[in-house]
Design a binder for this molecule. Structure first.
Ligand code: NDP
Length: 486
């Protein structure tokens, strides 16, 4: 192993690495080979307590600093992340199996964008002055929530740690972050970098563990807000637990997003959208457009050209820059994807390309294309979270809109057409939080990101995120004598 992937210790609390060997050990596996690359201990109750106590203590100091000072720390952290992008990308590749061609441009860099963006906003977070009759007025104070908990999925460990941490910290909150047990390594680096950039000890802490550790964080009375990136079933549990104590939540959950390709679309561009929306990160992206509705007139042409372009995918060593498809992130996820491919065949979908496990060490599967998929098939209804693209066909706009929205999910949706008015009409009709016209799956920090329906609550990124990491206090100021009826 050319890189030392074993962290100094399992957790990062109050500005330093901390170990508690009483916690259950979990092995971190490099998905490309199946090798064990590190071992971490799950947080014991003592570790969880230590992290929350540190975050609670640090929050007062951090919130008392000016927004300019907090912003400076975040922007310094962004600079450090960019300087170390290569090493952080290698670690991300070990943690997730995603190829370096992706991790060098979409992970630490995306995390750095969030730190820079929210670092820039921190100084301008203010309340309002609201004039009233008789010279009275109201002013509002935008205040931090307190101690926030972040819980991450395994597909974007660095990005998720930053997308939650950056807006939380900009508003004067502190954070305890629990990465997915599958990918525990990258968030530790984010914590290290924030402290190195000048964040006071305890402002950003990382504890390891499985769902039970997450659950103990969510219910702790010191915690005022929980932000989860994960599946819908976990989201429902976490939301319910947080609601019992009236805590704030952000839920970034799963999807089964539609992508509609009308027969006037630029076909190469639509195929690029379908590739980006199904095979990036080996299909392990929540906003993927996994139901590709293609208008009947262009269906066979679309399928033939898509299958041809899928032949150009480079499946191989994730550390090689030319590789474009890596392994699944875990054996469990590989088995889930294989199960869905078997279901697709069994229920009568036409397998156009791929569909097989690749027989070598690690968790490899071919990018897979199904055609003639119908709305009732399992692969058209359930989130697969793997490289399985389902093409459905349609006749009219009215019909396809109804079918596109007929799902419990509402994370993203896309349309490819040259017809300007149709494009805007279609996105207005989508029941989805993030929509795309003639592109797919971009998530710049400047734009709100999140879902409707079962796909989530709240928004990450952009100025919107500030509303989810702060609250407004109203102060009524009377300039007149206080009157009473008796
Ligand atoms: P899970 O829902 O299984 O887990 C998400 C996180 O929650 C993990 O850290 C997990 O711990 C933790 N967790 C599990 N149970 C509980 C609980 N009861 N209380 C608190 N925390 C808990 O999702 P995956 O990690 O499998 O990630 C894949 C899912 O994430 C997909 O459905 C995908 O759509 C969604 N996702 C959504 C995104 C979005 O922005 N909308 C982005 C990326 C992914 P552990 O796993 O260690 O046990």
């Amino acid at each position: 192993m050319p890189y030392d992937t074993q962290p100094v210790a399992s957790h990062f609390i109050d500005g330093e690495y901390v170990e508690d060997t009483a916690g259950e050990i979990s092995e971190v596996i490099y998905p490309a080979t199946g090798e064990v690359i590190a071992k971490v201990h799950a947080a014991t109750p003592a570790i969880v307590d230590k992290a929350l106590a540190a975050a609670e203590r640090a929050q007062k100091e951090w919130a008392a600093m000016s927004g300019t000072e907090r912003g400076r720390v975040l922007r310094r952290a962004a600079d450090i992340m960019r300087e170390r992008n290569h090493d952080l990308s290698v670690l991300e590749t070990y943690d997730t199996g995603k190829p370096m061609s992706e991790t060098t441009i979409a992970d630490a860099t995306s995390g750095a964008d969030a730190l820079e963006y929210f670092g820039g906003l921190a100084a301008s977070l203010t309340g309002e002055h609201i004039p009233l009759a008789g010279g009275d007025f109201v002013y509002t104070r935008r205040q931090a929530l307190g101690v926030c908990v972040g819980i991450g999925a395994w597909n974007y460990p660095t990005q998720i740690a930053c997308w939650k941490g950056a807006p939380a910290l900009a508003c004067g909150n502190t954070m305890v972050f629990k990465p997915s047990e599958v990918t525990p390594l990258c968030a530790l680096k984010v914590a290290e970098i924030l402290i190195e950039a000048g964040a006071p000890n305890g402002v950003y802490n990382v504890v390891q563990g499985m769902g039970a550790v997450g659950a103990s964080l969510v219910t702790d009375p010191r915690v005022t807000k929980v932000s989860l990136t994960g599946s819908v079933p976990t989201g429902k549990k976490v939301y319910a637990a947080a609601a019992a104590e009236m805590k704030h939540v952000t839920m970034e959950l799963g999807g089964k997003s539609p992508m509609i390709v009308f027969d006037d679309a630029d076909i190469e561009s639509a195929i690029s959208g379908a590739i980006n929306g199904n095979f990036y990160s080996t299909g392990q992206v929540c906003s993927n457009g996994t139901r590709v509705f293609v208008q009947k007139g262009i269906k066979e042409k679309f399928l033939a050209r898509l299958a041809e372009r899928m032949g150009d995918a480079v499946i191989g060593d994730p550390m090689e820059m030319e590789t474009t498809i890596g392994p699944m992130s875990s054996e469990r996820q590989l088995n889930i994807v294989e199960g869905y491919i078997a279901k697709g065949k069994e229920e009568g979908a036409r397998l156009v390309k791929g569909g097989n496990r690749i027989e070598k060490d690690g968790y490899w599967i071919e990018p897979t294309l199904f055609a003639d998929v119908t709305d009732d098939m399992t692969i058209a209804r359930e989130e697969i979270f793997g490289p399985v693209l389902a093409v459905l066909d349609f006749d009219t706009e009215e019909e396809v809109m109804e079918r596109a929205n007929a799902t419990e999910f509402g994370l993203a949706a896309g349309v490819f057409t040259q017809d300007l008015t149709r494009a805007h009409r279609v996105v207005a009709g989508f029941e989805a939080g993030t929509c795309y016209i003639n592109t797919y799956n971009l998530a710049p920090v400047e734009a709100p990101f999140g879902g409707v329906k079962a796909s989530g609550v709240g928004r990450e990124n952009s100025k919107e995120a500030i509303n989810h990491y702060s609250e407004v206090k109203t102060v009524y100021v009377s300039m007149n004598p206080c009157e009473a009826p008796f």
